[in-house]
Design a protein around this ligand. Structure first.
Ligand code: PEP
Length: 259
């Protein structure tokens, strides 16, 4: 299970350090749960110097290499700051910051070339869902950013399914809606690569995931954790989601062992 927090443009630097300290003071996270937090980019270098209790993530990366690119930061720069995971293709960047499919694909390449892990976001709008084109939309996003990747790098790819209508809205996909899309993504990965590769790629759910609904969402067969926005801003709610992932991971191991 993988639980990733995306702070977006929230928290002062001192609040960010305080969050890390509070998490550090908590009892150890459940063993079966990997945890990542993606703070705002200006905090990464300093936070990467600390002994953090979670993987350090970035919310964005440049699609370019080094050079005359004012304001951009490369994947190698992120790696040098201690970042290990990079979120690419978040809907807030696709919709508001020019991250069209080709840019997203290039960012995925840059992250992987720098030896980092990519958390690739995909998801449909409410209109897509109401027009019944949500599967096509998501699988086309997968095709555009993932299909060209060689199988050798796929152990550094995480997919986050985030229905846009559920992000920050308080509306959550039902467990059935999440599971059917995750199963479609897993099926696509099986076709594009092979069964073993597809089974090994974490597929996270994102969209108003909270302590109160995390157990049910994570319990879905093809949901391997969550990408968490609002509920990742407070240590207690983030920890509650991490603990939910721990409980579900133990239950899923039990099911697998019994099968
Ligand atoms: C997100 O931004 O990736 C997200 C899932 O946000 P929220 O949990 O607040 O819906």
């Amino acid at each position: 299970m993988f639980v990733a927090g995306n702070w977006k443009s929230n928290k002062s630097f001192s609040e960010a350090k305080e969050f890390a300290n509070v998490m550090q003071g908590m009892s150890p996270f459940p063993e079966q749960v990997e945890v990542m937090v993606a703070p705002p980019a200006p905090y990464l270098a300093a936070m990467g110097q600390e002994g953090l209790p979670f993987r350090l993530g970035a919310q964005n990366v440049s699609a370019t290499g080094p050079g005359a690119q004012t304001g951009e930061f490369t994947a190698e720069m992120l790696a040098g700051c201690g970042v290990v995971d990079v979120i690419v293709g978040h809907s807030e960047r696709r919709d508001g910051h020019g991250d069209v499919d080709a840019v997203v694909a290039e960012k995925v390449n840059r992250v992987l070339e720098a030896g980092l892990r990519v958390v690739f976001c995909c998801g449909e709008s409410l209109q897509d869902r109401q027009s019944d084109v949500h599967f096509d939309k998501v699988l086309r996003q997968m095709e555009s950013a993932i299909l060209h990747l060689p199988v050798e790098v796929m152990d550094r790819v995480v997919v986050a399914y985030e229905p846009i209508w559920a992000i920050g809205t308080g509306l959550t996909a039902t467990a059935d809606q999440a599971q059917e899309m995750h199963a479609a993504i897993r099926g696509w990965l099986r076709e594009a690569y092979d069964a073993e590769t597809a089974a090994g790629i974490p597929i996270l759910y994102g969209g108003s995931c909270k302590p109160g609904n995390a157990d049910e969402l994570f319990a879905c067969a093809d949901v391997d954790g969550g990408l968490i926005g609002g509920a990742a801003l407070e240590p207690d709610s983030f920890r509650a989601i991490i603990d939910a992932a721990g409980r579900v991971a133990s239950a899923k191991v039990g099911v697998d062992a019994g099968a």
